[in-house]
Design a protein around this ligand. Structure first.
Ligand code: AHR
Length: 509
């Protein structure tokens, strides 16, 4: 009788009698480096990402800035250790003519932002502004070239303008515009979403066009630093990757992109903050799809590039909801649901470090799954920001393979998802970091970590009372990381109590 009562109590408390999730970490099998560029970001001329987000103008007296770029944003992104920043789009990239954004600001022509609301932009934020800002951030720039409505010469000239030392027409124009030293930009995107807003091309047509463009993307410094990224597949379009890998010679390409957003339905994405259990489930399902996507796109790449010299670059990812009434294009709040997306997606990227070597969260400020939201002079950090900061200990560390058994499942109707996600790495200094996520909306869960690593164990947690919780301008610190003590270490076994919808990072030093 006593035993029955105990079993009932365990079932009621949501913990199965027999199953306890185990995460086995092979500390001796580290092989691949987690490229810091997996923590990259994306800034498009869209809504208030660039104008009002990063850039408020040199004459702005109310918001502290350096050369028009917000000081608070720079500080926050430096803390985040942003390694690489993609610009100027997105769909915008294939309408952007870089020459409109150089020279005296008063003389720059205006353009219509045709993809994102048709508003007029004055081009006051251009190439110099972006590249100088990247220097201030300590981030590598990733320039997305205009292939859809541009010319080979236009993109080749842009490369010459930013990378050639002196004596060439474009280098001399740059010097005339006030910048003596070239910026030596390494990462170049050859168009964006060429299957869609970039020109509605077939993969065969684009592969040929890519070859033409890639031929003229000269490394002016002869440093071997040019990194050309082909516009990649949309989610499940494996044929796109197959054709690019088949038709583009390996020595003409350094990266193939992939885009995948966590969207419930493209024509009914749901509210950013007012979502139910089923919508949460659907968002998590889409986020977890990233595992299958990178596995399958990587397998295609393996056929043509078995030595894994070409990188898979997920240069747009994140949650996408309906824009709240009255907000600028693609603005959305950021809740604990977004923290879950960030935690599980970064774990997936870590675990695929052998092929995924760059990723760019869409987008940095005031657009989609932003890490920063601004309202005039106010700025807040989102739960996604906090996850990325907690996780950045993995940058350039050696990935340790993880194996999860006796999984806890998040069930919704007849469907279920693995609720626990994990990744681990060891730094050059010998510290081990383990990231754990429990996406279950109700169940706390006990995890047994098996790892042969000695040292002092500490932890950080991001959690909240409700999945729909977020940071607001009125309550900016509603969700912040706190010290985590819900673990016990005995020899090579660590028992961790993971609250429902929480992200934990453990450090062994
Ligand atoms: O990130 C918003 C948009 O999503 C980008 O402009 C485009 O590349 C994608 O479809």
């Amino acid at each position: 009788m006593k035993k029955l009562v105990a079993v009932a109590a365990i079932i009621l408390s949501g913990t199965s009698l027999f199953a306890q999730t185990t995460v086995k970490i092979s500390a001796d099998k580290g092989e691949h480096i987690i490229n810091r560029n997996i923590y990259g970001h994306f800034a498009e001329h869209l809504g208030r990402c660039v104008y009002g987000g990063f850039y408020v103008g040199e004459d702005n007296q109310a918001i502290p800035n350096v050369a028009g770029v917000r000081t608070d944003v720079i500080e926050a992104l430096k803390d985040l250790k942003v390694p690489v920043l993609r610009w100027p789009g997105g769909c915008f990239a294939d309408t952007y003519h870089w020459m409109d954004g150089i020279g005296p600001k008063s003389e720059r022509p205006s353009i219509v932002n045709q993809w994102w609301g048709g508003y007029i932009e004055d081009n006051s934020f251009g190439t110099h502004d972006f590249l100088n800002m990247c220097e201030a951030l300590g981030a590598e720039p990733y320039l997305a070239g205009n292939v859809g409505s541009g010319l080979v010469k236009e993109l080749a000239d842009w490369v010459q303008y930013v990378n050639h030392a002196e004596g060439s027409p474009m280098a001399d124009l740059r010097i005339k515009n006030g910048r003596k030293e070239p910026w030596n930009v390494k990462y170049w995107g050859v168009g964006n979403e060429m299957w869609g807003c970039g020109g509605n091309m077939t993969p065969e047509f684009y592969a040929n066009l890519y070859r033409q463009y890639a031929t003229f993307l000269t490394d002016w410094n002869n440093s071997g630093g040019m990194f050309r990224i082909a516009s990649g597949a949309n989610e499940w379009d494996f044929n796109w990757t197959e054709v690019l890998m088949r038709d583009i010679p390996n020595n003409m390409i350094e990266g193939v992109a992939l885009h995948n957003y966590a969207v419930i339905e493209w024509n009914d994405k749901g509210s950013d903050i007012d979502f139910n259990r089923n919508q949460y489930f659907e968002t998590m399902k889409d986020a977890i799809d990233m595992e299958e996507l990178v596995t399958k796109h990587s397998a295609i790449m393996d056929k043509y590039d078995p030595e894994k010299k070409i990188d898979l670059i997920v240069d747009e990812w994140g949650g996408w909801y309906d824009t709240p009434e009255g907000q600028t294009a693609l603005y959305q709040q950021n809740t604990m649901r977004d923290a879950m997306i960030a935690g599980i997606t970064l774990n997936i990227f870590h675990n695929h470090a052998d092929r995924v070597r760059m990723a760019n969260l869409a987008q940095t400020i005031n657009v989609l799954q932003a890490v920063i939201l601004t309202d005039e002079e106010q700025m807040i950090l989102t739960p996604t920001y906090h996850v990325m900061k907690m996780y950045n200990v993995h940058q350039d560390a050696t990935m340790l393979p993880v194996e999860i058994s006796d999984m806890l499942y998040f069930e919704e109707g007849e469907n279920k998802l693995p609720a626990i996600s994990a990744s681990a790495s060891t730094t050059k200094a010998g510290e081990t970091n383990i990231s754990l996520v429990n996406i279950h909306p109700e169940k706390a869960h006990e995890i047994t970590l098996e790892i042969a690593a000695d040292g002092k164990l500490t932890g950080q947690i991001l959690a909240s009372d409700k999945l729909q919780d977020y940071n607001s301008f009125e309550n900016p610190d509603n969700i912040v990381p706190t010290e985590f003590k819900g673990f016990k270490k005995k020899g090579n076994t660590i028992t961790v109590k993971l609250p429902a919808f929480s992200v934990v990072v453990l450090n062994i030093k």
